[in-house]
Design a protein around this ligand. Structure first.
Ligand code: FAD
Length: 562
């Protein structure tokens, strides 16, 4: 028996484990289905992050159900299965989103504690801004007063400069009305394009495992089990008329015996936007009609479990470019890559000390866009965005392998304020069978409209004078001009930015929908809280690790009462 059991040593789970254990008053058990992150080189070298997924031992290796609005295509949907969870395998972009996201969260839940003016305080204990790997002068690349140097997780500006960086900045001047410069992409103001901030310190990935978990792992009041696959929550009785679930069942694998462990205080579910609703449903907490078809006895009938999934749609737009400044040859040439790895191992510098982008930006559709005649603006507020652009100095396209020759520029466009909602359902009552993941991408007119206009916008960006002696031509159907042709292009290669949320959504205490209350307690039950990406009711204006870290820091303060 422990005071607290944390299910999932991922991004949020490790924050909870560390904060509950740090004062020595609580004993904490952490159960993680994946392996240790120790010695996993690609989880340390920032630029190698993308090699950790899909189809590896560090990934859950999920595939989405055929996507109705993407020509019936399926594609991988990576999730980290390793200490640190997705923070150990992600692409390291680190930001919090728009202040409007938090203010909207406060409005939706009726809890002003989720508003930006309160949540931003947790940045202080979370992040530790450090110099970039190349030690360059970062003046004008971020606003130091918005950040902290006292927190636990090292983060930094890009540690390697690219030939295209100057062209990107020049475009923000040349086309300043449409693509203004954002002096800080990791503050609460997301609009405009600026320098990326990443969960990197000393040229090395910062995950929740290398930071939060490592800060407590040698304490006697913390036990961490890897290869511990949680199969369900165990009912331990009835408290105040509600079923309590202070037990957790886990196994090392499908053929192994199960073990039950119990919490004196609480079980914290932090298994992520897919793992958490899967475990809830396996425990009899979900939509009775669906659970019955899987021969699971319903204990808490809550149709919101596994619904309301929202995610950012990713569209990789590629151009063929001049010269050899792009990183395409590095990726094709094992000798060059080996030299870069030697440099990283010797000095933690060079191209591999950096992530996959140096610049990103968030943008709004024009206020007079015809779509707003039929769809209310779904952005979090007037200072929040509809779409994002990510600039990469090489070929990125999950749907199309890197060509054997040539140099490329990728301007990813991503849908940031989707109105489509997806689902996470069980395939069967076998806990080891992958769940059915349906993000239901681009199901609405708004989502298709925003993607189409994002394609036109990134083409205007690449058409600036700043690129005229560099960009040669768009690749494939990116050349499309008509609405119909652009829509067909979007359908043919869009995929996920890996930011699913909402499958165990927060809602006001007495709402008829939602899975947890504003203090993250599981509704209709006792003894369980949920702390991970699944509690965000809508996907924020950010790569989601930052918003997950802030939610987890506040959750820890709610649980501990500080
Ligand atoms: P996770 O961090 O995924 O943690 C869930 C944990 O629970 C995992 O360790 C998992 O193994 C464990 N678990 C699940 N089920 C069970 C079970 N049954 N039993 C035991 N353990 C279980 N965000 C950014 O901000 N920037 C980026 O650049 C970025 N890039 C990304 C790239 C990829 C490939 C991926 C996958 C994600 C990326 N994200 C990025 C998203 C971001 O990493 C996630 O939103 C965030 O880490 C989610 O945190 P979480 O705590 O909800 O879940």
């Amino acid at each position: 028996t422990y005071d607290y059991i944390v299910v999932g040593a991922g991004t949020a789970g490790n924050v909870i484990a560390a904060r509950l254990a740090e004062n020595g008053a609580n004993d904490v058990l952490v159960l993680e289905a994946g392996v240790s992150n120790e010695g996993v080189l690609a989880a340390q070298v920032p630029f190698m992050g993308p090699t950790l997924t899909p189809n590896t031992p560090y990934d859950w290796n999920y595939t989405v159900t055929p996507q109705t609005h993407l020509n019936g295509r399926t594609f991988p949907f990576p999730r980290g299965r390793i200490l640190g969870g997705s923070s150990s395998v992600n692409y390291l972009v680190h930001q919090y989103g728009s202040s409007a996201d938090y203010d909207r969260l406060a409005r939706i839940t009726g809890d002003p504690g989720w508003a930006w003016r309160n949540l931003r305080r947790y940045i202080d204990r979370h992040e530790k801004f450090v110099p970039p790997a190349d030690g360059h002068n970062t003046n004008g690349q971020y606003i130091p007063s918005l950040h902290s140097t006292r927190g636990i997780l090292p983060k930094s500006l890009p540690g390697f400069s690219h030939g295209i960086d100057a062209r990107v900045i020049a475009t923000t001047q040349e086309l300043s009305a449409e693509f203004p410069f954002n002096p800080d992409t990791g503050g609460g103001d997301v609009l405009g394009l600026g320098w990326v901030q990443s969960s990197i310190g000393d040229g090395t990935r910062s995950s929740s495992a290398t930071t939060y978990l490592n800060s407590v792992i040698n304490r006697r009041n913390v036990d961490v089990l890897v290869n511990a696959y949680v199969t369900k929550l165990v009912r331990t009785g009835t408290v105040g008329g509600k079923p309590s679930f202070r037990g957790v069942q886990f196994a090392n694998g499908p053929q192994s015996p199960t073990t039950n462990v119990f919490a004196r205080k609480e079980v914290i579910l932090s298994a992520g936007a897919f793992g958490t609703p899967q475990i809830l449903q396996l425990s009899g907490i979900g939509d009775r009609a669906e659970l019955t078809t899987k021969s699971i006895t319903t204990i808490v009938n809550n149709p919101s479990v596994g619904k309301n999934m929202s995610d950012h749609v990713l569209l990789p737009n590629n151009w063929r470019v001049q010269g050899t400044e792009s990183l395409d040859n590095l990726l094709r040439d094992p000798v060059a890559f080996g030299a870069a790895l030697d440099q990283w191992q010797t000095s933690k510098t060079g191209v591999l000390s950096n992530g996959v982008t140096n610049h990103l930006g968030f943008f709004r559709l024009p206020n007079n866009s015809p779509i707003f005649a039929t769809t209310p603006d779904p952005a979090s507020g007037p200072t929040a965005s509809h779409w994002e652009m990510i600039v990469s100095n090489f070929w990125i396209n999950p749907a199309v392998p890197q060509p054997a020759t040539g140099s490329y520029l990728t301007l990813i466009s991503a849908l940031i304020s989707p109105t489509s909602r997806g689902t996470l359902k069980l395939a069967s009552n076998n806990p080891f069978q992958a769940p059915l993941i349906d993000p239901n991408f681009l199901a609405t007119d708004f989502d298709r409209y925003a993607m189409r206009e994002s394609v036109r916008a990134v083409k205007r960006f690449a058409g600036a004078n700043a690129w005229s002696d560099y960009v040669i031509e768009p690749v494939g159907d990116l050349a499309a001009q008509t609405d119909e042709a652009i829509d067909a292009y979007v359908r043919s290669i869009s995929t996920t930015v890996f930011h699913p949320v909402g499958t165990a959504s927060m809602s006001p205490r007495n709402a008829a929908w939602g899975v947890v209350d504003p203090e993250l307690r599981l509704k209709g039950a006792e003894g369980v809280r949920i702390v991970d990406a699944s509690v965000w009711p809508f996907v924020p204006n950010a790569h989601t690790q930052g918003p997950v870290y802030l939610v987890a820091e506040r959750a820890a303060s709610i649980i501990r009462g500080y």
